[in-house]
Design a binder for this molecule. Structure first.
Ligand SMILES: [Zn+2]
Length: 263
């Protein structure tokens, strides 16, 4: 099963002891591409360094709502021009933990959404208990390409996201016993969602309490397949294609033809 991991944080210290062997294991186990997500200045650099090391890892740049007071527009502009930076994110609003004052969160999210449009990059949205406000800012900034990472809204909000032309992505939270997302998973058309682990966070059942990794991504595909009544392979293929085009992954360089070929 060929899988596309759309949201990982493999540059974090959680992986310092085994990063290289874990990444190699991921690529051997069917993970074809990884979007490594940054959320502040420090991870913008460490994530890009990781992307430079592995051809099939790509990065993002953006200031998470928790980091909103550190927002550095010049850094975002500079890294947005990098070849291996494929999105602005993760950016958004977090009214659950509220680690930055609301007006700052709002202003920094709007600024970065604006930059995404200016630099023609898709947006990876972090929305925690701020559905309508996230929606309004994206609309106001005329963002056409966005993914609601770790989608947590109800079906009414899901329909709004779909009507706006945006994508949603699902994490291991859909495997939890208290998940309210089955209706959303049933609703979303095959060409409008992606899958992610958000590792090291949100390990899927039965790995709760442990460090998460892209090796568990297949469990999310399997859960979606179960809810939608289709095969995991169908989920894998659809989400692979969706992510490949959403993040505009460049085609691999064509291998040179063997010499000695006639004509
Ligand atoms: Zn994340």
């Amino acid at each position: 099963m060929k899988l596309f991991e759309t949201h990982a944080h493999l540059d974090l210290p959680d992986y310092d002891s085994d990063r290289e062997s874990l990444i190699n294991k991921c690529f051997k186990s069917g993970i074809e591409y990884i979007i490594n997500i940054s959320f502040n200045k420090e991870t913008a650099m460490s994530s890009l360094a990781l992307a430079h090391k592995y051809p099939h890892i790509f990065s993002t740049v953006g200031f998470h709502p928790h980091e909103a007071t550190e927002f550095d527009a010049e850094l975002v502009k500079k890294l947005a021009r990098e070849k291996k930076v494929v999105a602005i994110g993760e950016i958004g609003l977090d009214f659950f933990r509220n680690l930055s004052p609301y007006p700052v969160q709002r202003e920094v999210f709007a600024n970065q959404a604006h930059l995404a449009v200016e630099y023609d990059l898709p947006v990876v949205v972090h929305d925690r208990q701020a559905h309508q406000e996230c929606y309004n800012i994206l609309k106001q900034e005329n963002v056409k390409e966005a993914v609601f990472h770790c989608f947590s809204g109800d079906i009414v909000f899901a329909q709004q996201v779909l009507d706006a032309g945006w994508m949603m992505s699902f994490t291991g939270s859909i495997t939890y016993r208290n998940s309210h997302l089955d209706d959303v998973v049933r609703l979303v058309p095959m060409d409008r969602f992606m899958i992610e682990t958000d590792c090291p966070y949100l390990p899927p059942h039965p790995y709760r309490g442990q460090r998460n990794s892209p090796l568990h991504l297949h469990l999310i595909a399997e859960k979606i397949a179960e809810i939608k009544g289709i095969t995991p392979k169908e989920v894998a293929e659809a989400t692979f294609n969706n992510a490949y085009s959403f993040f505009r992954i460049p085609a691999d360089p064509v291998k040179p033809l063997k010499s000695g070929r006639k004509k």
